[in-house]
Design a protein around this ligand. Structure first.
Ligand code: DOR
Ligand code: ZN
Length: 425
């Protein structure tokens, strides 16, 4: 196994030091540390962070390998500074059996670029009618702990309650895509002034807030863990704040795009801005930023949603919702939070690792810790060119924007997956 000596690097913003990575762990740290035979990585000007962990990634395999595969998505993740991603269940076939989750898990191991942790569906075929084999997926080689029908809401309160009860047995968590379907029929964008002006059917904030309010009550009643996917409204933040004050075991994520972009983008009618939940107002963005800083929203998760050209470059109403996220998430978060490295590590690595039960991830680079880490150049600025991304799809909303920060290197269990800003394999 190659040993790496990273010189003159700042761990989470601290004074520069050297880091020795050997046998899968951070072996030693210290100013002036040397190691014969180790590959030297010049860390001057770079910040070392625990490898990022994404709780919400769509890898599209099996079924839509034309949009992304486990391998191409894993490469995009490593280039974005990630060492683990949780793969959403809305594949084809749906990841609702031990067989499918084991397949995704095995493909992740074969790609070997990040740890791919499959998420299991809550209901068979994401149809919202019968519970899937939650126990069999938990007991499988993939050791599934997060269950989600993401893309669809588990709208039936009885099914939601039973899922919450079931996952308690193995400390699992139900990740809800909060969208009351009766309130969003035909919805194309955020319901507000701009949807009215454009004549597009609106997706009202209350459709998200009503489900979150219901589900925190169910989670409180059952005494189980609930996670809320892609929180997008100020009202949702209010519901979460109250629930957390009461001690409900609820966590929540926000996406980079909901921290940066607003429904004004719909004026372009460019479907690259179509996403579910939709881009909201500037007031929502401000509330989400505050909630993330305070911890009312626990983590940043990408909702990386690659789509093939024919599903995106068409009329707004026919386009699939979703945006790429893995290769730009750190840059957007850095832009939003500034160089608050400890906070970034908390929101993008430690807390998502804890929610997902990924015990090998989310550790600061310190002696004895598993060598899952990433090196960021905070001073770099880069122009996003969609065709240059490692993802098989191009649907980034940040095309030709100049973003701060660049991932220079990523290490998974002591092996470099990215060096000099390029994927190693
Ligand atoms: O925009 C979205 N895209 N939201 C979802 O919930 C699903 C996702 C997808 O699978 O494309
Ligand atoms: Zn979703």
């Amino acid at each position: 196994m190659t040993a790496y000596l990273i010189t003159n690097v700042s761990v989470l913003g601290a004074a520069p030091t050297n880091l020795l990575i050997r046998d899968g762990v951070v072996a030693e740290t210290g100013v002036g540390l040397t190691a014969a035979g180790a590959v030297v990585v010049d860390g001057t000007g770079l910040v070392a962070l625990p490898g990022l962990v994404d709780l919400h990634t769509h890898l599209r395999e099996p079924g839509r390998e034309d949009a992304e595969t486990v391998e191409t998505g894993s490469r995009a993740a490593a280039l974005g500074g990630y060492t683990a991603v949780c793969a959403m269940a809305n594949t084809s076939p749906v990841a609702d059996t031990a067989g499918v989750v084991e397949q995704v898990w095995r493909l992740g191991r074969e790609a070997g670029l990040v740890d791919v942790q499959p998420i299991g569906a809550v209901t068979v075929g994401l149809a919202g009618e019968r519970l899937a084999e939650l126990g069999a997926m938990a007991d499988s080689a993939a050791r599934v702990r997060i269950f989600s029908d993401d893309g669809h809401c588990v709208a039936d309160p009885r099914l939601m309650r039973r899922a919450l009860e079931y996952v308690k047995a193995f400390d699992g968590v139900v990740a809800q895509h909060a969208e009351e379907p009766r309130l969003t029929e035909g919805a194309q964008m955020h319901e507000g002034e701009i949807s009215t002006r454009l004549g597009l059917t609106g997706w009202p904030a209350v459709a998200e807030e009503a489900i979150i309010a219901r589900d925190v009550l169910l989670a409180e009643h059952v005494g189980s863990r609930l996670h809320i996917c892609h929180v997008s409204t100020a009202g949702s933040v209010g519901v979460l704040r109250q629930a957390k004050a009461r001690g409900v075991q609820v966590t929540a994520e926000v996406t980079p795009h909901h921290l940066l972009l607003t429904d004004e983008k719909a004026v372009t009618y460019d479907p690259v801005y179509k996403v579910n939940p939709p881009l909201r107002t500037a007031a929502d963005v401000a509330a989400l930023r505050t909630a993330l800083a305070e911890g009312v929203v626990d983590i940043v998760a990408t909702d990386h949603a690659p789509h093939a050209v024919e599903d995106k470059e068409c009329e707004w109403a026919y386009a699939r919702p979703g945006m790429l996220g893995l290769e730009t998430a750190l840059s957007i978060t850095l832009d939003v939070l500034g160089p608050q490295w400890d906070l970034i590590a908390e929101r993008m690595s430690r807390t998502p690792a804890r929610i997902a039960g990924l015990t090998e991830h989310g550790h600061d680079p310190a002696p004895g810790a598993p060598a899952n880490l990433t090196l960021v150049d905070p001073a770099a600025r880069r122009v996003i060119e969609p065709t240059e991304l490692a993802s098989r799809s191009c649907n980034t909303p940040y095309a030709r924007m100049t973003l701060p920060g660049r991932i220079v290197a990523t290490f998974l269990r002591g092996e470099a997956t990215v060096l000099d800003g390029k994927a190693v394999k």
